[in-house]
Design a protein around this ligand. Structure first.
Ligand code: DI6
Ligand code: FE
Length: 412
């Protein structure tokens, strides 16, 4: 006799287990949870004798892993709508950055914001992600570029996680841009030394990220940041090859990066290096769309070399003010040519892997954390099909086996 804390019945299951037959789909399934973990999953007809403290009827809906947005910059002050207008008039993103706008504009807004303002504005945005089934979100720093503000951003992110409605994974992105008026070497020294020391001492980062690009950190500077990160035992990831191919993905792979993100300009050598290192390619179609880029990521090469592809919103005030994970999946299909199944893997199993959490979540399997999303849809691909209807499709989210409280997170 199995005892469950809770069991879902009358559901279709999309387990997102890669390599399973029928894409891991189970019709008329059941899923039982115990102590926050998935304790049993399979066709309802095969359910062994069991008792459950609570039975939830899924009304024939589809149960998936909770969605995982593995690349966001949700915490920031101010906005960059003015630059959006400039870009529409033809000023390129890189040109705006060179003039001191872009990321530096958000740095001004973020430095000026109080901890409460940072927390409250990020929470508003987080509600939109949660309202579309997100149960784990990665949040980066990188709009402080000075120790105190970087710490403030990461603390705000940790606080959002501590509230319990979503798991928050943080990345320290001190190497996002160079602060105005500071010598490059001196800033890299600061990031690799006192800044990273302070971040690590407070346990504020789960990984270290950098922006390796002609308009940002050079490969040599990125290398220094990675060495410092690894000396602290922190995994690395990289904004790589977004607007040019500087061999950034290969560099990140050499450091065993969890993921290489953007990767539009990554060539076959880089893809091969990622495959060998097991790095995930995080595709960010929101930034591609918003910046009206032309170069698409090498999806066919990723498939051929077996590099897992994740999909994320890249939610940020400049290049991707996108707060809809479902629209990100739609864009990954329409703009980059992913199949809906690949896009769904990109926001579940592969996103978990990009965060180093594959053993714990991202698929519906016995022993994994019971983070779930239940949807009123006829088939999983529908999640990639509608545009702007995500909240209407979500029936409930489940965090660690417990249905989340919709009122507190703005779902009702
Ligand atoms: N690439 C991105 O997509 C974000 N950072 C980066 O290096 C966006 C940065 C921004 O424009 O604020
Ligand atoms: Fe980004």
């Amino acid at each position: 006799m199995i005892r469950f804390d809770r069991i879902w019945v009358n559901v279709q299951l999309a387990t997102m287990v890669t390599g399973a037959t029928d894409r891991g789909e189970i019709r008329d399934g059941a899923l039982g949870v115990c102590d926050g973990k998935i304790a049993w999953i399979g066709p309802r007809a095969e359910l062994p004798e069991s008792v459950a403290a609570e039975t939830r009827d899924g009304a024939g809906g589809w149960l998936l892993p909770g969605l995982i947005d593995c690349h966001t910059h949700l915490v920031f002050g101010g906005d960059r709508c003015g630059e959006f207008e400039e870009r529409l008039e033809g000023v390129p993103y890189a040109e705006i950055a060179r003039r001191g706008g872009g990321i530096r504009r958000s740095v001004e807004g973020t430095r000026a914001a109080s901890p409460e303002q940072l927390h409250r504005s990020a929470e508003q945005r987080l509600r939109r992600l949660i309202g579309e089934g997100v149960t784990t979100v990665e949040i980066k720093s990188g709009y402080g570029l000075e120790t105190e503000t970087e710490l403030r951003m990461l603390r705000a992110a940790r606080k959002l996680g501590a509230e319990g409605f979503v798991s928050v994974v943080t990345s320290f992105l001190g190497a996002h841009a160079f602060p105005a008026g500071m010598d490059r070497d001196a800033y890299v020294d600061l990031v690799c030394g006192p800044m990273l020391d302070a971040v690590a001492a407070e346990g504020l980062a789960d990984a270290v990220d950098a922006f390796c690009e002609t308009i940002a950190f050079s490969p040599a500077e990125t290398e220094r940041v990675f060495q410092a990160a690894r000396a602290k035992g922190l995994p690395v990831k990289l904004h790589a090859d977004q607007i040019s191919d500087s061999g950034a993905a290969a560099l990140a792979a050499r450091h065993g990066a969890l993921s290489c993100d953007h990767v539009e300009y990554t060539g076959e050598d880089g893809v091969r290096a990622m495959a060998e290192a097991g790095s995930v390619a995080v595709l960010l179609p929101g930034a591609f769309y918003m910046l009206r880029e032309k170069q698409k990521p090498p999806v066919e090469l990723f498939r051929r070399h077996g590099v897992p592809m994740a999909v994320a919103t890249d939610a940020n005030p400049g290049s991707s003010p996108l707060l809809s994970p479902l629209l990100a999946m739609n864009m990954a299909c329409v703009l980059f040519g992913l199949t809906p199944y690949e896009a769904l893997l990109g926001m579940t199993a592969h996103a978990a892997r990009a965060l180093g959490l594959a053993a714990d979540r991202g698929t519906l399997e016995v022993g994994k954390r019971a983070d779930l999303s239940l949807w009123r849809i006829g088939r999983p691909a529908e999640l990639c099909y509608w545009m702007g209807y995500g909240g209407g499709l979500l029936v409930e989210r489940v965090i660690g086996g417990k249905p989340s409280t919709p009122a507190r997170v703005g779902l009702v």
